[in-house]
Design a protein. Structure first.
Length: 389
C-alpha cells in the first residue's frame, strides 16, 4: 500500500508500520482495513487504552457504573470532564456523519479476521486526566472547567478549515487543543507524554511485523521516540499531593480558627460576627452552587450546613455530602446511564440526566464552598485587624 500516511520503520530485524489516521474521516477506516489485508501483520497496535476500548466496544458499560463509589473516591470532576469531552466528540460525529474511533474499531476487527494480536497501546485515559489535573492550580482548574462547560453551551458548526486541521489530530487532542494556549501543560501531558508511552508500547509488543494505528498528530513524535527508551511506570504515575500543599491545606483552616478564637478573647461581639460571616459566606455560596445545578432542597440545605465545617478540613469536601444526598433522594436508574450517550450532547441534557446532574452538584457545591472560604476568610481577617487597632 502506497500512502503518505504510512510510515515504515526497520528496528532490530522487525518491521514497524505506522499509519496516521484522521479521526473525523471515513477514509481512514478504509485505509486501515486495506493496510492490514495487504501486510498481514503479527500484531496490530491501536491508540486505545482498556477503558477507551471498552467505551467503544461495550455499549452497556454505563449500567455497571457506581455513582456513589465515584463520589466517595473523589473522581466526580474527572468523570464530568470526560463526559464533557465525550459530548464534544459526539457532536463532531453527528455533524460529519461518523462514528468516533471508527478507524480503531476497523483495526480491531481486521486484526481479528487475520488472526493478529491486538495491543491496546495508549496510556489509560484516567491517568492522563489525573496527571493533567494535578498540574493545574485552583484557578487553572476553574478556568478549564468553565471553558469545557462553555463548549456545551456553544453549539456552532465546525468550518471546513477547522475540519482539515482536526484531521491531523486525535479526538482527545482535538477536544482540548484550543485550551493549550491557556494551559501549556496540556500539550506536554496529552501529546508529548503519550508519544513516549505509545512508542514504548509499540516497541515492546511481540511480532516481526507490527502495524500501529495512530492519530496523525502523534506520528512525528512517535517516530522520534522509537529511538529512545522510556519508562512506562514513570509515565503512568500520578504525582501525589506534595507536602507543601498538605501543609498549606491545614494551615489555612488552623489560621482561620486561631484568628476567630483570638478575636473572641479580645472582643466577643466581633468574634461572633466572624463566625456568622464564615458560616454565611461558605454556606450560602455552596448552596448557590447546588441551586445552579438544580439540586433537591435537602441537598441545598446540606450544602449550606456542611460547607462551613468541611472548609476547615482538607480531608472533607462538601460536594461528597451533597452528591450522596442527591444520589439517595434521586438515585440514577439504569435508564439514566443508558441515556447518557444521547443526553450529554447538550447543556440541557447534562442538567436533566441524573448521573451528570449529581456530578454537577458535587463540582458546583465544592466550587461555591471554595469561593466562600476565600471571601469568608478574608472577612474574618479584616474583622480581626479592625479589632486589634
Amino acid at each position: 500500500m502506497s500512502n503518505e500516511n504510512v510510515h515504515r520503520i526497520e528496528m532490530d530485524g522487525r518491521q514497524i508500520i505506522l499509519i496516521g489516521t484522521a479521526h473525523v474521516s471515513k477514509k481512514s477506516a478504509e485505509e486501515v482495513k486495506e493496510l492490514i489485508e495487504e501486510e498481514k501483520p503479527d500484531t496490530v497496535c491501536v491508540e486505545l487504552c482498556e477503558s477507551r476500548y471498552q467505551a467503544i466496544m461495550d455499549a452497556e458499560r454505563w449500567k455497571n457504573t457506581d455513582i456513589v463509589k465515584i463520589i466517595k473516591e473523589g473522581k466526580s470532576m474527572l468523570l464530568l470532564v470526560n463526559l464533557i469531552m465525550s459530548s464534544y466528540q459526539k457532536r463532531l460525529a453527528k455533524q460529519f456523519g461518523i462514528n468516533p474511533g471508527q478507524e480503531m474499531i476497523q483495526g480491531i476487527e481486521s486484526a481479528n479476521e487475520h488472526g493478529a494480536i491486538i495491543c491496546l497501546a495508549d496510556r489509560d485515559i484516567q491517568v492522563t486526566m489525573r496527571r493533567l489535573w494535578r498540574g493545574l492550580g485552583f484557578w487553572g482548574k476553574a478556568k478549564l472547567f468553565y471553558q469545557l462547560i462553555l463548549s456545551l453551551v456553544v453549539d456552532e458548526e465546525i468550518s471546513e478549515d477547522e475540519l482539515e486541521k482536526m484531521k491531523s489530530e486525535d479526538m482527545l487532542t482535538s477536544v482540548l487543543n484550543e485550551l493549550s494556549q491557556s494551559f501549556p501543560s496540556l500539550k506536554s501531558v496529552i501529546i508529548d507524554e503519550r508519544d513516549k508511552y505509545l512508542a514504548q508500547r509499540i516497541k515492546e509488543t511481540s511480532g516481526d511485523k507490527v502495524i500501529a494505528i495512530l492519530g496523525a498528530a502523534h506520528i512525528p513524535g512517535i517516530k522520534m521516540q522509537l529511538a529512545n527508551d522510556n519508562n512506562l511506570d514513570e509515565l503512568s504515575k500520578v504525582r501525589a499531593t506534595s507536602k507543601t500543599s498538605q501543609i498549606i491545606g491545614w494551615t489555612i483552616p488552623v489560621l482561620i480558627l486561631g484568628i476567630i478564637i483570638s478575636t473572641l478573647s479580645l472582643d466577643k461581639t466581633t468574634g461572633i460576627d466572624q463566625i456568622v460571616s464564615w458560616i454565611l459566606w461558605n454556606g450560602s455560596l455552596s448552596a448557590i452552587g447546588a441551586m445552579i445545578a438544580f439540586g433537591h432542597p435537602l441537598s441545598i440545605l446540606v450544602a449550606f450546613l456542611v460547607a462551613p465545617i468541611s472548609s476547615l478540613s482538607p480531608l472533607l469536601a462538601v460536594g461528597w455530602f451533597v452528591g450522596l444526598t442527591e444520589a439517595f433522594i434521586r438515585k440514577p436508574t439504569v435508564q439514566d446511564f443508558e441515556n447518557l450517550s444521547e443526553e450529554i450532547w447538550t447543556i440541557k441534557g447534562f442538567w436533566r440526566n441524573k448521573v451528570t446532574h449529581i456530578l454537577l452538584l458535587v463540582v458546583l457545591s465544592n466550587l461555591g464552598s471554595t469561593f466562600g472560604t476565600l471571601i469568608g476568610g478574608a472577612d474574618v481577617i479584616k474583622q480581626f485587624l479592625n479589632a486589634i487597632r
